[in-house]
Design a protein around this ligand. Structure first.
Ligand SMILES: C[S@@+](CC[C@H](N)C(=O)[O-])C[C@H]1O[C@@H](n2cnc3c(N)ncnc32)[C@H](O)[C@@H]1O
Length: 262
């Protein structure tokens, strides 16, 4: 885990309380970017519909199933919505029913079915063990299949701390302890670390994600660290971690190291 933050103690906590009371809701994270368009298409591009047409799709970390349902509505043969939280799967099932795609959607907390396409949207900055998730994906995708991943903002983005980014980069300036103490004023789940907050926060960076992918027997077909639009001109190898708004990539399985001939 990344140790960041140097403003702590009572001082840090009180500054956060003050900043929290005067915080302006950040439009980048309120979902408004997708209000009148498909989130899936915005993040993965229009080519995604062709990639999943007639295919069996696994929506990894599906949440309440909004994307799962859209996959089914827009051409997937069958979609499995997978999430570790049973409480989000019931609304997902009801949503599929209402949308008339219940016959093509399954929502579950576990699967061992091999699929043609795996999609993970906004999960990789939350999964407690992202390397294990990639290994699971590697096992579940068919040899000629594809994995599409998009997540963001990554940890060093101005709002990479999600709720903890009371103002840009606040999650890097304040100690974890001060941030968690401030959060416990209005959340009662007893979290004492970033990784324990509801939904989890694993401090994923662009570089760490890329390293994990390389370790997990995937070939990288496409990899993009898309910069924050307004800071696009500042984006280069040195600033990339700080100005990347989201990561998106397309992976294909390659034979495991042990299976490759020398
Ligand atoms: C931020 S939500 C994203 C939900 C949805 N993909 C979306 O874009 O709206 C991340 C989801 O991943 C789920 N999740 C976390 N760890 C998981 C795991 N190991 N396996 C499956 N789902 C997981 C969480 O429960 C949560 O619903």
């Amino acid at each position: 885990m990344i140790n960041t933050g140097f403003i702590g103690g009572d001082f840090g906590y009180h500054v956060l309380r003050y900043a929290g009371r005067h915080a302006v809701r950040q439009p980048a994270c309120d979902g408004s970017a997708y209000r009148h368009r498909s989130k899936i298409e915005t993040l993965l591009g229009p080519g995604i519909w062709e990639a999943l047409a007639g295919k069996v799709v696994l929506d990894f970390g599906c949440g309440v199933g909004i994307d799962t349902i859209e996959f089914a509505r827009r051409g997937a043969r069958r979609v499995i919505g997978l999430d570790i939280r049973e409480d989000v799967l019931e609304p997902a099932r009801r949503g599929a029913d209402t949308a008339g795609v219940a016959d093509r959607c399954v929502f579950t907390t576990a699967t061992d079915e091999r699929v043609d396409v795996i999609v993970s949207i906004d999960g990789f900055e939350h999964y407690a063990d992202p390397e294990q998730v990639l290994r699971t994906m590697r096992q579940l995708v068919r040899p000629d299949g594809r994995v599409f991943i998009t997540f963001g903002p990554p940890w060093f983005h101005p709002l990479g701390g999600h709720l903890f980014s009371v103002f840009p980069w606040a999650h890097l300036l304040f100690t974890e302890k001060a941030l968690i103490r401030w959060r416990s004023d209005f959340k009662s789940d007893g979290a004492t670390r970033f990784c324990e907050v509801a939904g989890g926060l694993n401090q994923m960076t662009v570089r760490r994600f890329r390293t994990l992918v390389d370790r997990c027997d995937f070939a990288v077909e496409r990899f993009e660290a898309a910069p924050i639009k307004r800071l696009r001109r500042l984006s280069n190898a040195l600033t990339r971690e700080f100005v990347t708004a989201m990561v998106r990539c397309e992976l294909s399985p390659r034979p495991a190291a042990a299976e490759r001939t020398p």
